[in-house]
Design a protein. Structure first.
Length: 156
């Protein structure tokens, strides 16, 4: 059941996570119906993880929003992050990150090679946005510790 807290403009929910721990979590929305939908999604993901070991999936868009929210207070150069995300969105929006493959990243680099401001340093731009340990779902509070992105290895 979604509820409000005095210290937050957002709706909050309580549920039991996959590890069996009771969790209070902000939905990040002021819309009650959206908050209830997120609660249902999180409860379903936790149930699927507990019962069948199914890991939740995250889209590029979900991950970018979570990243920007999680790092907004500590980010050294928010404009750089926004710029990189804007360049990546046409190629990765809607894509499920856990299904992302090395070939997808290579295709992005190949397609944008030589285009001003796109993939001049393709590996580092894609690495910034897709390979960063900060972007792992667990680092953003979005899933199981073992969640990753297909065959894209964690950054060292």
């Amino acid at each position: 059941m979604a509820y409000r807290r005095k210290d937050s403009p957002y709706w909050w929910v309580k549920y039991t996570d996959a590890s069996g721990k009771r969790t209070d979590r902000s939905t990040g929305t002021t819309d009650r119906r959206e908050a209830q939908a997120l609660e249902a999604k999180w409860r379903l993901e936790a149930h699927q993880m507990r019962q069948w070991g199914v890991q939740p999936e995250h889209t590029f868009d979900e991950l970018m929003v979570a990243y920007l929210k999680a790092t907004s207070d500590t980010m050294r150069d928010p404009e750089r992050a926004t710029y990189a995300i804007q360049r990546l969105r046409p190629f990765f929006t809607g894509r499920v990150m856990e299904r992302l493959r090395r070939s997808d990243v290579s295709a992005y680099i190949e397609k944008t090679e030589g285009r001003p401001g796109w993939a001049v340093h393709g590996q580092s731009r894609v690495g910034f946005a897709l390979g960063s340990n900060q972007l792992r779902p667990k680092a953003l509070g979005m899933g199981h510790p073992e969640s990753g992105f297909g065959d894209v290895p964690p950054a060292a």
